[in-house]
Design a protein around this ligand. Structure first.
Ligand SMILES: [Zn+2]
Length: 282
């Protein structure tokens, strides 16, 4: 069962109290579990670790080191309890990627004493440039990401040469309904990279993202909202009909393949896109 806000606050107050004046071991176990995960996440390309890490013997050894020499049969349930606390208090998060649950570091422990965080980083040899997801620069923390974001950029029409508006959503392949927001999380988009496409055409990364033309329900929505700019047309590349952008000057189609290419470039170059509109997802 999900913890209530009240329970989270109570637990945080308890942890803070325990750091100042420890009467038990559990808080230290929680902190150690957190930093063990922190260490592994800081060393992986996508800043995540498979959730079965919680069964690793090294984790138990690290958590119990110097406290109990021989972890007893209860050790695994203690670790599980630590994980539950960290998860419910949003210090770590779980994300499903290609059918596997991954753990990532969501926010810093905010009940530690002054200097403790640095001490753990030093002890575990963690480089300073690793950051909890919620502490990444420029990420809008109030963003709950319940909306589908529509971005706009200008593109030179291949047919008439004039600049026309392109509208598109950008969502992640690992979560079709989650809008990508600036600053672009390249590493996450690279997780589901189309590596074969990239190898045969290295001019773009082929990030694991969706743009207009990829997700039917969102396309329908855009078609209804922007009938002047979006229309169902036949594409010679995909040999199918789907909603796509239309040049406002000559009516030529601006198919999804080209939009996908443009968005890849925006992400690679870390260039922001204009947020044109957003609407609630169903
Ligand atoms: Zn045109």
């Amino acid at each position: 069962m999900k913890w209530t806000k009240e329970k989270i606050n109570k637990q945080k107050a308890y942890f803070r109290e325990q750091r100042k004046d420890p009467t038990g071991k559990f808080t230290e176990f929680v902190v150690r579990t957190y930093y063990f995960l922190y260490k592994i996440c800081s060393e992986t390309e996508n800043r995540m670790v498979r959730s079965n890490v919680t069964y690793r013997k090294e984790l138990i050894d690290f958590v119990y080191k110097g406290i109990y020499n021989e972890p007893d049969h209860m050790a695994q349930s203690v670790i599980d309890d630590c994980i539950t606390n960290l998860k419910e208090m949003s210090y770590i998060g779980f994300r499903k990627i290609s059918d596997k649950w991954m753990i990532y570091i969501k926010s810093n422990l905010d009940f530690l004493l002054f200097g403790e965080h640095e001490k753990y980083l030093e002890t575990l040899n963690i480089t300073n440039d690793f950051m909890a997801e919620n502490d990444l620069p420029c990420v809008d923390k109030t963003e709950n990401n319940n909306t589908l974001k529509i971005y706009r950029y200008k593109k030179k029409c291949y047919k008439c040469g004039n600049e026309t508006d392109i509208l598109t959503y950008i969502t992640y392949s690992d979560n079709l309904s989650e809008s990508m927001v600036y600053p672009w999380d390249k590493r996450r988009a690279l997780n589901d990279q189309d590596i074969f496409a990239h190898l045969s055409d290295p001019s773009i990364e082929y990030y694991g993202i969706n743009v207009i033309g990829d997700i039917e329900s969102f396309d329908k929505e855009m078609l209804a909202l922007y009938p002047e700019q979006i229309a169902i047309r036949y594409s010679n590349i995909t040999k199918t009909k789907y909603p796509m952008n239309i040049c406002s000057h000559c009516g030529a189609i601006q198919g999804k393949y080209y939009v996908y290419r443009d968005i890849n470039t925006y992400i690679t170059q870390m260039k922001p896109l204009e947020l044109f509109a957003e609407f609630n997802k169903l």
